[in-house]
Design a protein around this ligand. Structure first.
Ligand code: GTP
Ligand code: MG
Length: 324
């Protein structure tokens, strides 16, 4: 999508000026050029196929369309950032925390800790790198109207002196329907670099879709919208190297055996394969919560215990915190 919108021709070095003019007159975008066949372009511009091939190759190079070696891929992966969750156990399940460049989904029923974890991440993304942060800001899309600056300030106050600055570094977008949510998401590509955003949260992704698209008649429309949105989010995460964390609700499972619990994440198959990490959260005793990583392409399935305490996300229960 993004590729096809690019129209700059001027940077196609090594191609004669006159030919460049011709290309501009035809109003080809780089994306269109990169997808054309040599024959097609040669005929349209009345040039040799060899030259057409060169133009296509240049357009593709300029758009960064080329395969990587696995070693290069590994290097790109190494450079990606991670945000600590506040729990070492949780971080180790994900090999270091919540990753930039991909979507992490937190799925769970009410009070399972999704929003609290999102609050904690909004604080932690601001920390210096050696403390598990990325020295960046957070963008919080609040579809459930449960954003709480007071609670964030409270959690932050246990670690950070200047809690006002912490709140200044969180941009909040309250939304009341899908259109407003999508409008904010469309703004992200501009805002992310301007504001040094390193974390985007959507809490929750399911709320508006479930409220607005009711009944079988609107299912296809809903799934199409979710698919477009998912594609956009993947693009933003990769192109801008930000972590995208979305929360999702739990519904009764249609296929009992898929997730093994009689429950499954909302939003269906249009969404199911998009997050690189799907983490199920559920309540345990008191403030204890269980997180289960499920079907990751990079990490083994694993289950860990963490706590939602007054001080935020932690490896220890409030009782043991007091004890020490
Ligand atoms: P839904 O949005 O309803 O689906 O739930 P959720 O998964 O977002 O739950 P949330 O993150 O809001 O977790 C709620 C739980 O966090 C509560 O049951 C409390 O255990 C805990 N919690 C929330 N606020 C506080 C607080 O101020 N102090 C402490 N100690 N715990 C809190
Ligand atoms: Mg919540």
């Amino acid at each position: 999508m993004f590729i096809v919108e690019q129209t700059t021709m001027i940077q196609l070095e090594g191609i004669e000026k006159e030919l460049l003019k011709k290309l501009e007159q035809k109003d080809y975008s780089l994306g269109q050029l990169s997808l054309m066949s040599e024959k097609e372009l040669a005929e349209d511009l009345e040039i040799e196929e060899e030259l057409a091939a060169l133009i296509i190759q240049k357009a593709q190079e300029q758009l960064g369309i080329h395969p990587y070696t696995a070693a290069e891929f590994l290097e790109i992966e190494r450079r990606r950032g991670r945000i600590t969750t506040g729990s070492e156990e949780f971080d180790s399940m994900l090999n270091g925390g919540i990753w930039t460049g991909e979507i992490t989904e937190l799925v769970g029923s009410f009070s399972s800790g999704k929003t609290q974890l999102c609050f904690q991440l909004c604080i932690n993304v601001q920390l210096p790198k050696d403390l598990g942060g990325l020295e960046g800001k957070a963008f919080f899309i609040d579809t459930e109207r449960t954003f709480s600056p007071q609670r964030i300030e409270e959690i932050a106050s246990f670690r950070i002196k200047n809690t006002k600055k912490v709140l200044d570094n969180i941009l909040v977008a309250p939304t009341s329907n899908t259109d407003i949510m999508l409008a904010y998401i469309n703004q992200l590509e501009k805002i992310i670099p301007e504001e040094n955003i390193k974390l985007v949260i959507i809490d929750s992704l399911a709320a508006h879709f479930r409220a607005e698209f009711i009944g079988k008649d609107r299912l296809v429309e809903r799934q199409q919208k979710i698919m477009n949105l998912a594609e956009k989010l993947v693009e933003i995460a990769v192109d801008h190297d930000v972590a995208i964390v979305v929360t999702n609700q739990i519904i009764a499972a249609i296929d009992q055996f898929l997730y093994g619990s009689g429950e499954e994440p909302a939003l269906g198959f249009a969404w199911a394969h998009r997050p690189q990490q799907r983490i199920f959260l559920r309540k345990s005793r008191g403030s204890a919560r269980i997180a289960r990583l499920f079907d990751s392409s990079r990490f083994p399935d694993r289950e860990i215990l963490f706590y939602v305490t007054e001080q935020g996300i932690s490896d220890t229960s409030p009782a043991s915190l007091e004890f020490y």
